[in-house]
Design a protein around this ligand. Structure first.
Ligand code: 3PG
Length: 306
């Protein structure tokens, strides 16, 4: 019987855990859960027997893979797979997959929730502003970006997007105006929402040059990855542009310094919350389970990323 380990520092919602268990039980697989673990050493011990792994933002390094000699497949229940050493996996012939789109509505709803929170001064009782009629620029129009656009239009926002990898007619079909020049979008919008993955091309790419082109009073929202922000430049922008705000679901390393110096011009969730809904956990977790079963039974490699 195939042994699957669900290793999640940040556990799935109970309903998702139950559905994952049922999915594997019906397929005749042995599935165990290793949640809220405290160290990579603990993870190393836990993976010893695993033939398949389901993870979230858990770090799967070469060392972890070496500690799992029977491992055939790792499925990241979610979108970003920058936490998995793809080269090491490929060298070991381990298939790595993600579950694209499964948690995107949850992240998109959080974006709009955080925008309202910021526009209303963190609900401190002072008059704020409305989102209706404001310009929102979406950097990267994947599953999350598309959902952000849909919900933002419900708020009456004017929605713009920059994504050189997506066919512009598909974006325009959503009633979204396409920018070919990223800086122009930064110059025009009241809000910029980041949805780029962390890759060697994007890490630290949101830098002084881009941020300094933002409108006076504009807000940057990041529910993607902290690594895409140039954190030293972020600090400079906070100081140079007195109306600039930055809100994020993934706090910068210099979180405390920024919070202390800039107060309500920033907001960081205590823990990454974007995909933390029962629905997203069920969608991504069960998709991951089914992808493992399809791979083991039929060598189905849809959603393979390495
Ligand atoms: C993703 O890449 O899918 C999101 O960042 C969610 O990550 P999480 O599963 O660690 O919450």
């Amino acid at each position: 019987m195939t042994k699957v380990l669900v290793a999640t520092v940040k556990p799935f919602a109970e309903a998702a855990v139950n559905q994952i268990k049922t999915t594997f039980k019906e397929a005749g697989y042995v599935c165990s859960f290793f949640e809220k673990y405290e160290s990579q050493d603990d993870l190393k011990k836990a993976v010893a027997d695993a033939e398949a792994l389901i993870i979230r933002s858990d770090k799967i390094t070469e060392e972890i893979m070496n500690a799992a000699p029977k491992l055939k497949i790792v499925v990241r229940a979610g979108a970003g797979f920058d936490n998995v050493d793809l080269a090491a996996a490929t060298a070991r012939d381990i298939v790595v997959m993600n579950t694209p789109g499964q948690n995107s509505n949850a992240v998109a709803e959080l974006v709009l929730g955080m925008l309202v929170f910021q526009a209303r001064n963190h609900f401190n009782g002072k008059p704020g502003t409305e989102l209706k009629g404001k310009k929102l620029g979406i950097q990267a129009y994947g599953h999350v970006g598309k959902n952000v656009a849909r919900i933002a239009k419900g708020f009456g926002m004017d929605v713009f997007a920059y994504d050189p990898f997506v066919d512009r007619t598909a974006i325009e079909a959503d009633g979204v105006t396409v920018y070919d020049n990223l800086k122009e979008m930064y110059k025009t919008c009241d809000y910029i929402s980041l949805h780029i993955p962390a890759t060697k091309h994007t890490i630290k790419s949101v830098n002084y040059d881009l941020l300094s082109s933002m409108k006076q009073g504009a807000t940057l929202i990041n529910t993607a990855r902290k690594e895409v922000i140039h954190e030293d430049d972020l600090l400079k922008i906070f100081r140079d542009k007195t109306g600039f705000s930055y809100i994020s679901d993934i706090a910068p390393d210099n979180r405390e310094a920024i919070e202390k110096e800039f107060g309500n011009r920033c907001f960081f969730t205590p823990k990454k919350m974007g995909a933390q809904t029962a629905e997203a956990n069920i969608n991504a977790g069960v998709a991951a389970a089914n992808q493992i079963i399809a791979f083991i039974e039929k060598r189905d490699t849809t959603f393979k990323v390495n």
